[in-house]
Design a protein around this ligand. Structure first.
Ligand code: 4AD
Ligand code: MG
Length: 433
């Protein structure tokens, strides 16, 4: 009898030809012709063809295999055989076959509407597409943590429930907090700034929430936000930190998940090239570039999807757009001493028109300026008092950034829609399953 269970990738890796193995997983596809069942078996590592022949297995096993529907969970014992016709080059010829958990008729077949797939997301999550993306995501998150650890950042755990907004009121989710008004976090930034005073270099990976009322292919209502905050760092060094981090994450995916990336339509060799330095373009030069290309963007406006696409045309790597006008950005950024109409900040745009993946800035250290800006936008000061206070107790130059994990994944996995970079997307018209 075969020893312990092995994973499918082990069999497909070769070297087990003629050997007995035990596998377990789920039926991906199945068909039978009289005395032979062809089953493709799926586990977390891959897909392999299993043949169950009448006479080669006990009769009840054969009957069970014939009846078992797609997505049944099964256990197989058999011998590995090299077979050029089998996908992956090997098949397993069963000597035993048993159904662990039978499946009803699976509600997802080949051509289904997006809506149907979203309604059955709890089952569609098993699809090759989502499995591949989730594997790349796991790699990218592990690589981020690895980079931060190597560069002396502490991981910290800021709150999600908060009594003040970070990114402005229009996208806030309100919750009732023991009868008081509270909000779901849009960003951990303000808390990271507070923690920076003891740990200097900190980061957090948290869910962030944005009540985005428009339907777009790059906005989620709940997304994973990777944020860093760095003491004694200005906007230039902030950009260097970001490009090193992003490069580390993207190159890790290229190395660890070439198969998944290829299946998703992304050439891993292309991602290997995402090494620093990334391009840098001043906002004012960006406006000139857009105007030269016949796109009217009045100085002062934020960049939209179209503008972001045009600005990266012909660029292989991501590009920073830096020093945006104040009216386009949030109140906490440091005023640019060389052009006080602007802030010391930068957004990182992914190539190929995937758009903004990071927003970052040097932070304003002048408490009076923060108060002035909040007043100018008619925001009550009181909820921000603690944040403004930080400037009174040993303030230092500091900078930080927030990277949208799903935005990054959308780019590297070449997904049209951001919802396919998160297992259970939350958007304006969906919170279930
Ligand atoms: O540019 P944002 O709003 O910046 C901040 O929240 C800062 N407080 C971050 C910081 O400095 N610590 O958001 C940061 C990033 C964006 O660049 C984008 O990648 C992502 O978060 N993001 C979203 N991702 C998915 N769905 C949404 N609705 C998103 N909104 C922002
Ligand atoms: Mg932004």
């Amino acid at each position: 009898m075969a020893e312990a269970f092995v994973h499918i990738s082990k069999v497909l890796g070769g070297g087990l030809d003629g050997k007995a193995v035990r596998l377990r997983g789920w039926i991906h596809r199945t068909r039978s012709s009289g005395k032979l069942c062809f089953i493709t078996l799926r586990d977390s590592t891959g897909i392999i063809q299993v043949t169950v022949a009448k006479g080669a297995v006990p009769e009840p096993d054969f009957e069970g295999a014939k009846k078992a529907l797609m997505e049944s969970s099964v256990e197989v014992e058999g011998s590995v055989a090299a077979d050029a016709r089998a996908p992956g080059g090997f098949e397993v010829r069963a000597s035993r076959f048993s159904v662990l958990g039978p499946s009803d008729n699976f509600p997802i077949t080949e051509y289904q509407s997006e809506e149907h797939l979203l309604n059955f997301r709890h089952l569609w999550i098993r699809s090759q597409l989502l499995t591949q993306v989730m594997k790349v995501k796991a790699t990218v998150l592990a690589a981020a943590r690895e980079w931060f650890a190597q560069n002396d950042f502490y991981e910290v755990t800021p709150p999600i429930l908060s009594s003040n907004a970070c990114e402005g009121g229009s996208t806030l989710f309100e919750v009732s907090y023991f009868g008081e008004k509270a909000f779901l976090s849009q960003s951990a930034q303000m808390y990271l700034e507070a923690i920076m005073f003891s740990l200097e270099n900190v980061y957090a990976l948290t869910p962030s929430f944005r009540a985005e009322k428009s339907r777009t292919t790059r906005h989620l209502a709940e997304y994973w936000h990777l944020e860093g905050e760095e003491a004694f760092v200005g906007n230039d060094r902030n950009m260097r930190i970001q490009e090193e981090l992003v490069s580390h994450m993207v190159v890790a995916a290229a190395k660890k998940n070439p198969g998944e990336l290829k299946a998703l339509g992304r050439d891993p060799a292309q991602l290997q090239k995402m090494v620093p330095p990334f391009g840098r373009l001043n906002y004012s030069d960006a406006v000139k570039k857009l105007n030269d290309r016949g796109m009217e963007l009045p100085w002062g406006n934020d960049l939209g999807t179209n503008e972001e696409r045009v600005l990266v045309e012909g660029e292989e790597k991501p590009v920073f757009i830096f020093n945006y006008p104040k009216q386009a950005k949030a109140f906490y950024m440091r005023e640019n001493p060389e052009d006080t109409r602007t802030y010391l900040c930068a957004d990182l745009l992914a190539p190929e028109g995937y758009g903004e993946i990071i927003g970052g800035s040097e932070r304003e250290t002048d408490g009076a300026k923060l108060v002035e800006r909040l007043r100018a936008q008619n925001t009550p000061i009181e909820p921000y008092q603690w944040y403004i206070d930080l400037r009174r107790f040993g303030s230092v130059q500091h900078s930080g950034f927030g990277l949208g994990i799903e935005r990054l994944l959308r780019w590297i996995c070449r997904q049209e829609h951001i919802r396919d970079t998160i297992p259970f997307p939350r958007t304006i018209n969906r919170i279930s399953p």
